[in-house]
Design a binder for this molecule. Sequence first.
Ligand code: ADP
Length: 145
Amino acid sequence: MKRAIFPGSFDPFTIGHYDIVLRGLQLFDEIIIGIGHNINKRDTFPLEERINAIQHAFNSEPRIKVMAYDGLTVDFAAEQQAQFILRGVRSVQDFEYERNIAEANKQLSGIETVLLYTRPEYAHISSTLLRDLHAHGKDISPYLP
Ligand code: ADP
């Protein structure tokens, strides 16, 4: 049983995230989408709303679970008995960032991180961009799964 967690803030969960998870399903038996939740950090989209939106997007897929967690990602992965962390890469900046986290997580717990490259047409999509558009009254639904 190959189980991966896909951790992130997902504030909000975009079509870029959705695509990484769909492609991850070709590699793993089960993927747990872990919404890293920091009670001291203000989110734009309420946690419940994000969980519901992600569950709705994967409605018919029993191999996907959605959970919120606080604390370290490696601890969450261990609790869930996941052997892999799945992440997406859009750019050189993402790559450098992901390499550092992957290395730290590997040293902390031995867990392997698997990176998938974004589809080029989604490379510019980020939760930050969508929060900005949303704050200025723009319709972000084309960027949501
Ligand atoms: P974090 O705050 O942990 O970076 P995000 O919710 O921003 O969480 O992203 C979660 C993961 O999804 C990260 O690995 C990020 O690089 C990846 N990701 C974000 N947007 C895209 C996209 N458009 N295409 C592919 N991967 C993406």
